[in-house]
Ligand binder design. Structure first.
Ligand code: SF4
Length: 241
């Protein structure tokens, strides 16, 4: 914390508390592997505002792009992980789970998938994806959330498990909505094509400079490569396309 920030703040206890809390969140993220630094993870393929450049930076130069997630994003992750832990505890203690957070690897796509659990549900092997959302969004939810559906499709492709259970919890009132979905190759292919593009860029050391739509849609402040992407000489990392 800068002395200037501390001295000019009208709410010193909040500044001190937030600084300590943010430092703790960074340590927590490091220990939890929130940044998922070692191998490409399937969940990176399903973003609504997928950025090819971000995915390539993730792979091409992870050690040079350690900007990290902002504290608010880490804090939101933490809330989601706490909800995951509750349902995973339920699976474990009721013997529903075959695996919890087991890593699966696709050699062809060089991608890791980590479903929240693999269950025996209604006598079928089933991927479980657990999501939490605010009460307003939860109230409007009629079908499985798009991001959960997409993530389940790519997980089902990688694991060859044909159905998924999407469990959504309301962060405000802890109500549940549960959706059972089936594998759909056409839907999975969209994400597999993204992975192919990333692999081509990585192989040929190409950084595909995007239109940087993140500035308009608000994703820039959440992107862990935001400093590298906007303020660094990208030619030091690869060929620019
Ligand atoms: S800062 Fe924006 S353009 Fe750059 S990698 Fe991140 S999302 Fe993509």
């Amino acid at each position: 914390m800068t002395v200037k920030k501390l001295l000019t703040s009208s709410n010193m206890p909040q500044v001190i508390y937030e600084q300590k809390f943010h430092d703790w969140l960074k340590d927590w993220a490091k220990n939890k592997d929130v940044e998922r630094g070692q191998s490409f993870h399937a969940s990176s393929l399903i973003d609504k505002n997928f950025c090819l450049m971000k995915a390539v930076l993730d792979e091409l130069a992870p050690s040079k792009t350690k900007d990290g997630f902002p504290p608010k994003v880490l804090s939101t992750f933490k809330v989601g992980i706490d909800v995951h832990n509750k349902h995973q505890q339920f699976y474990a203690e009721t013997n529903m789970a075959e695996y919890i957070e087991q890593r699966f690897y696709s050699k062809v796509l060089d991608v890791t998938a980590t479903p929240d659990a693999v269950l025996n549900f209604m006598n079928m092997r089933t991927i479980s994806e657990i999501k939490s959302m605010n009460g307003f969004e939860f109230g409007k939810l009629k079908d499985s959330p798009k991001n959960a559906y997409a993530q389940a499709q790519i997980y089902m492709y990688i694991t060859a498990i044909p159905q998924s259970l999407i469990v959504v919890e309301d962060k405000n009132f802890q109500d549940l909505k549960v959706f059972l979905i089936e594998f759909n190759l056409d839907d999975a292919l969209e994400y597999i094509k993204r992975r192919r593009k990333i692999m081509i860029c990585t192989k040929h050391n190409i950084i595909p400079v995007s239109k940087r739509l993140c500035q308009k849609n608000g994703d820039k402040k959440k992107c862990k490569h935001r400093v590298t992407c906007w303020e660094s000489d990208l030619t030091k990392l690869g060929r620019i396309r």
